[in-house]
Design a protein around this ligand. Structure first.
Ligand code: SF4
Length: 359
């Protein structure tokens, strides 16, 4: 080894941003990079929105955002705020009054797009309401809805100009509890705009690729864009936008952060690629396991293997392994065959195992 060569894994050096407060969560500064998601239910349907928000929270989601397209949806904010432990953010487009009502209803933060909130006067009213409530405001510019006056500048410069002008107005009114996002649908545009933003401002940056796509293509595009930015130390909170169950956004977000050593190691699911020998639906079980353990902060490894060909070998190296065999599921725990259970019992077995881990 050469003299002065560093020992140990390479670490990302995070760029310094100021710390802001979103409910009980700190964002920016030295706070861990947080993972957000957004419900995709009809927000005014209180029961289904609450159910999904709770699933997100159980999966480890640290900020739950809901879109507020109408007055009825504001009622849901009140229920979410009183039922969840994590901060709730209201996402508002066009209707500045809804933004004001959302913070009055207890939303810990709002996200507005200055390009469509209705001009300076209305933005000012929103800012005053946010300050009054002690909430947090995200300036959320998207490449598809840049203010008209900046559209001729091109995607990146147009988004930057839009962020800068609204940031100037908002901070001049005295609000500094502010986060910023500037999401483009193109990966290279997203990288470029966030690199430039991070040079210009010290407010926390919320990373994301807008309209990223389905779970597969969207996951890859987000991992590429966010992975590059995070590896350069840029980003304080993120959402992996997917046209899919939002719980997958949370799983993907943590996976990206963990792959860069930016969050504590967590649970891992390994699964065989499945084939005609599989004794049960491996993909379905693996996905269900992934959701059940996604909120865990301990490094637990669970194996889901369709049959005895490779199953026992892999399961022996996991903390818990489920292997299909003769119509049953053989369970391995920390290297030992523990029991044989009926397929219908695997979820109960996993729940008990996880409860014991948390004791
Ligand atoms: S473990 Fe069994 S079911 Fe899974 S891929 Fe291998 S042979 Fe197929």
């Amino acid at each position: 080894m050469r003299k002065n060569e560093k020992i140990g894994p390479v670490k990302v050096q995070r760029k310094h941003t100021r710390e802001v407060t979103l409910g009980s969560l700190k964002v920016g500064g030295r706070a861990p990079i947080s993972v957000q998601s957004m419900t995709n239910t009809v927000t005014s349907d209180i029961n289904s929105t609450l159910r999904q928000a709770k699933r997100l929270e159980s999966a480890g989601c640290e900020v739950v955002r809901v879109s507020i397209p109408d007055e009825m949806s504001v009622e849901t904010i009140k229920v979410l705020v009183s039922s969840l432990r994590v901060p709730v953010v209201a996402d508002i487009h066009f209707h500045y009054r809804l933004a004001i009502d959302a913070v009055k209803a207890g939303a810990h933060g709002i996200r507005i797009n200055p390009g469509n909130i209705g001009g300076k006067k209305k933005l000012k009213e929103v800012v005053l309401a946010v300050m009054d409530a002690g909430a947090c405001l995200r300036i959320g510019v998207n490449s598809g809805s840049v203010e008209k006056r900046y559209r001729n500048l091109g995607i990146v410069e147009g988004m930057l100009a839009s962020v800068e002008s609204s940031l100037e107005l908002i901070t001049s009114l005295g609000l500094t509890n502010v986060k910023i996002s500037a999401k483009a649908s193109g990966v290279m545009d997203t990288i470029e705009v966030y690199r430039k933003l991070s040079e210009k401002v010290d407010y926390p940056l919320h990373l994301g690729v807008t309209e990223a796509g389905t779970r597969f293509s969207g996951g890859i595009r987000s991992a590429v864009a966010l992975g590059i930015l995070l590896s350069e130390g840029i980003g304080d909170t993120l959402r992996v936008s997917l046209a899919a169950d939002p719980v997958l956004e949370v799983i993907a977000g943590f996976e990206i952060l963990r792959s860069l050593g930016l969050r504590e190691p967590g649970p891992t699911v390994i699964a065989c690629p499945t084939c005609a020998r599989a004794e049960f639906d491996v993909v379905k079980m693996a996905e269900e396991v992934e959701e059940m353990i996604s909120g865990f902060r301990v490094p637990v490894k669970i194996a889901v293997m369709g049959c005895v060909v490779n199953g026992p070998g892999e399961a022996l190296h996991a903390d818990l392994g489920f292997v299909g065999s003769s119509g049953k599921v053989v369970v391995y725990e920390k290297g030992f065959k523990k029991s044989v259970i009926n397929f219908d019992d695997w979820q109960r077995y996993l729940r008990t195992f996880l409860d014991q881990l948390q004791e």
